[in-house]
Design a protein around this ligand. Sequence first.
Ligand SMILES: Cc1ncc(C[n+]2csc(CCOP(=O)(O)OP(=O)(O)O)c2C)c(N)n1
Ligand SMILES: [Mg+2]
Length: 373
Amino acid sequence: MTKEAIFTPVGKAAEELATPKKSGKKGDSLYEKAVDLPEPTTAAPAKLGLKKGQLLEMFESMVLQRRFEERAMQMYQKGKFGGFLHLYIGQEAVSTGTTAALKDDDDIITAYRDHGWGLVRGVSARQGMAELFGKATGCSKGKGGSMHFANVEKHFWGGYGIVGGHIPLGGGLAFANKYKGLDRLTTCFMGDGAVDQGALHETMNMAQLWKLPIMFIVENNGYAMGTATRRHSTGELWERALGYGMKHRVVNGMDVLSVYEAMKEMATDVRKDSMPWFVEIRTYRYRGHSMSDPQKYRDKEEMEEFQSLDPIERLKTVLLDKKMATQKAIDAIYEKVEEEVMDAVEFADNSPFPEDSALYEDMYSEPNPVFHR
Ligand SMILES: Cc1ncc(C[n+]2csc(CCOP(=O)(O)OP(=O)(O)O)c2C)c(N)n1
Ligand SMILES: [Mg+2]
């Protein structure tokens, strides 16, 4: 048999298995948006119980996440560190709205696009940048790098590199909280690429059966590496909840107030009922999957469309329109953040690498477990 005969689908299969070509032009029959955003909330901040101080904190947090990563990208390009670097830019409303809505001791666990999550859960810009640089002063002592930010004291259980691999751990956190009678809920975040992994479905099944206080939350940013969500996953993502009889919701992730409102309502419900939720937060990543992504799978028009909905600009407009901040106050926040990030870069650069002996530390939870004598 020839090579062609083995690798070329025949008849109708050739058509059905082909990668659809996306023209990218609006009005064209092949044009599809990366994600369809649901309408944002119409509730004013005051109606949501948000005060001026909290809104300013949320704004500053989003600016910090953005500037931290923009500088991180520059440092990567300068060769200060290597390996993977997945940027969260564009998705900051999700981390920010969520943490503002949760209690400080609610658990958060996520995948590898985790810098923003570390920063909203107490990893300082210094500790974060040092982690990227692989330095001993980093939040994971320089041994985790970009994909493994964590701050266990602040109930952020970290970033994980295997798609879907951390979801059973999220289920375990929720189980432990229930078992110990703690009034704590777990939010288990994942990318759209994890939705068809078996680990999610095994965990959803047990979570529904055991009534675990957990929210499975997909950050649907339109792509898993270079593959559009609509091309890697059948139907709508939120429909996965139906098979388990699980409560579900779709949220606009480009608007921090919408994320806050939805998370607050669902968190209250989980605390009351101890039943899980499956949530699809629709958002968009502005940068490539990681640093070596030529991004041929999407076009300028799509990017511009989502950038016009930028979550930071959106909150800034609310602050200015409602006269909660002057332009001068906004500028001062940008300056403060810029200083914080530049200080972090200097700190990371001047910090030492871990000692060789550190390689064998932090491997096991106990110093000498039986299987490691
Ligand atoms: C089990 C497994 N398969 C494949 C990969 C390679 N991989 C790394 S990231 C990724 C895409 C995941 O996309 P998504 O879940 O949408 O997250 P996003 O990058 O959009 O945040 C893949 C396939 C992996 N890390 N783990
Ligand atoms: Mg994705």
